[in-house]
Design a protein around this ligand. Sequence first.
Ligand SMILES: Cc1ncc(COP(=O)(O)O)c(C=O)c1O
Length: 374
Amino acid sequence: MNTDFPADEFMRQALQKRESEGALRKLHSPEGLIDFCSNDYYGLAHSPEFSARVAAAAEGFNSGSGGSRLLVGNTALAEETEREIAAIFKADAALIYSSGYAANVGFFQAVAQRNATVLYDEFIHASVRDGIRLSTAKAHSFAHNDTDDLRRKLARCSGLVFVAVESVYSMDGDEAPLAEMAECCRKAGAQLVVDEAHGTGVYFPGLTAELGLTGEVFARLHTFGKAGGVHGAAWLGSELLRNYLINFSRSFIYTTAPSPHSVIALRESCRFMQQNHGMLKLELQQRIHFFRQTAANYPQLHLLPSQSAIQALLLPGNHKAREVAEKLRSNGFDVRPVLAPTVPAGTERIRVCIHTHNTEKEINDFLKCAALWF
Ligand SMILES: Cc1ncc(COP(=O)(O)O)c(C=O)c1O
């Protein structure tokens, strides 16, 4: 079919512009490459043992939910799983969403009302930004991880204020100074909201809980598509918050409920992380340490400070970052460039994710190869 639709012209132009900026996105299939790219930090998403465990647990359960949670899609399984997640993640209540994206969009849309203000870290994830856009609140960013800037901005706010941060930032891999931020929020009477997408399971059950700050945080988002190896997410907070989201969060209300199979996978992921996090965390920390220690042998590599599984090799310029990522892929290492505007221009990078399944040899070989192109 060769029909030219009226909308084709603007789409063609937008794609050409992206191409000329070196920022055109493409789908890749990473088969056969060594994984330095996925968020599957513990290798659960590709573990035959974990798949078998999920399949066995899901036996006899339906593959679809048949409707939204408020229509026919609710099940005893979903509610029991939410109670179990709340207990594991040390909260009064949990509410499952199909994804972290849907959870963030539906949370900020619902809680950030007309007279409220959302102060968000300038590096906050796109899903939080989209949720803020759907809300009627005022919103301002503060400088990344900068508690002085946060304090200044809090002092200018009146009414209800939400402060949105990530526990571990998805592009830089650094952590938010959560204890200091919680203190700023307490003093200003603001509500801290922590997206734990990249902290879930890497810290157990998350950074907020590891730091003993659950009582200071209004709501925490845990997502299960990263270290959890499955997909889906849950907001953790009070029963009141859960009830409110059930009533007002559009991405929870107007969507088909996750299938019982998905809920079982999510439950098994939480149980697995609860049973094994000590050993998994130790193995991951060893690999991260080895990666950073080995990278220090190559002065041309500009590594951002990060103790997490997300490591960023700075390589300014979209074209350059893309070219080097392609060279690394053609040498067998799966990495992706992160380009402007996803990160600020001048901070383009190769984002490297470290996993428990990356051997020391793989890390050595990868860094040796990377050093050739920097
Ligand atoms: C910080 C952060 N929040 C939310 C999400 C969205 O989670 P999900 O992939 O489950 O939609 C992501 C994933 O990219 C993320 O990095």
